[in-house]
Design a binder for this molecule. Structure first.
Ligand code: SF4
Length: 260
């Protein structure tokens, strides 16, 4: 048999499983005639402000959502309190990503992350820092609301990691703020948010700042409330400082002052 035929036969017989992120990049490259071959270079080519880059990001966002909507990797999508999957929100070229635990009642109803009371508090914190919520990417570790808003279990988190990893691999953020124990443990298993908040974690090339979830702030009172608020304020400022250090133009890109 000729060598060409042998090679053809080999590839026809082998089922090649590429990661979904890789399949998406190949698809993107073909669809938008991106000349680069290397995955990092393809991603870089869609980070700019030009129309071509914006269109490719929009396409990518829709494909990530389609993939999420089809997800049946854990039973949470069958839960009685689940209405819809809640995808991450924001531009796929954001240098900063905020990650929470999972959707609550309001998020499940609206199909958007951080829209309940905790979300409003998060928006206020960002406003006070002059950061436009629309210019950063906000998502959760799991995308379906667990029954009675319980903490997602390990199996659910592992199952849903597919969706979070897909988002992160396309965004490749410089800095991540992990809001609460669930995202903290996603990156550093076996950690306590009480012990680790405010301390940098580096994992998979990301700088991760763990801090309290806004819902935790809302549950505090008196002196503890003041202490927790200052801790979160300090952590967000610390994250923004790191972001500036790693990528000096980042703040102007995500602040309200940047011209559209
Ligand atoms: S929680 Fe995540 S893994 Fe489970 S069904 Fe929903 S999207 Fe899929």
């Amino acid at each position: 048999m000729a060598i060409e035929d042998e090679i053809k036969q080999f590839f026809a017989a082998e089922e090649i499983h590429l990661p979904e992120s890789m399949k998406l990049l190949i698809e993107l490259k073909d669809k938008f005639n991106i000349p680069e071959f290397d995955a990092d270079a393809i991603l870089q080519s869609i980070k700019g402000d030009g129309e071509h880059a914006k269109k490719s990001r929009m396409y990518l966002r829709n494909r990530i959502r389609e993939s999420l909507n089809a997800c049946q990797r854990c039973p949470l999508y069958l839960s009685e309190t689940h209405t819809q999957k809640v995808p991450g929100e924001g531009p796929l070229n954001s240098p900063l990503v905020l990650i929470g635990e999972g959707p609550g009642l309001d998020e499940d109803k609206q199909g958007r992350p951080f829209v309940g009371r905790a979300g409003q508090l998060l928006t206020t914190i960002l406003d006070k820092l002059n950061i436009s919520r629309e210019k950063i990417y906000i998502t959760n570790v799991i995308k379906c609301r667990p029954p009675q808003n319980r903490t997602p279990n390990k199996k659910e988190i592992t199952a849903c990691s597919h969706n979070l990893e897909l988002e992160l691999s396309m965004i490749s953020p410089k800095v991540i703020i992990a809001l609460g124990a669930v995202p903290l443990n996603y990156f550093k298993p076996g950690s306590s948010i009480m012990r680790e908040r405010g301390r940098w974690i580096t994992s998979r090339g990301y700088w991760i700042m763990p801090t309290f979830h806004p819902a935790y702030i809302l549950r505090q009172q008196g002196k503890t409330l003041v202490k927790v608020k200052w801790a979160v304020w300090h952590d967000f400022n610390n994250a923004l400082e790191k972001l500036t250090e790693l990528y000096p133009e980042a703040i102007s890109k995500i602040s309200y002052n940047e011209k559209e």
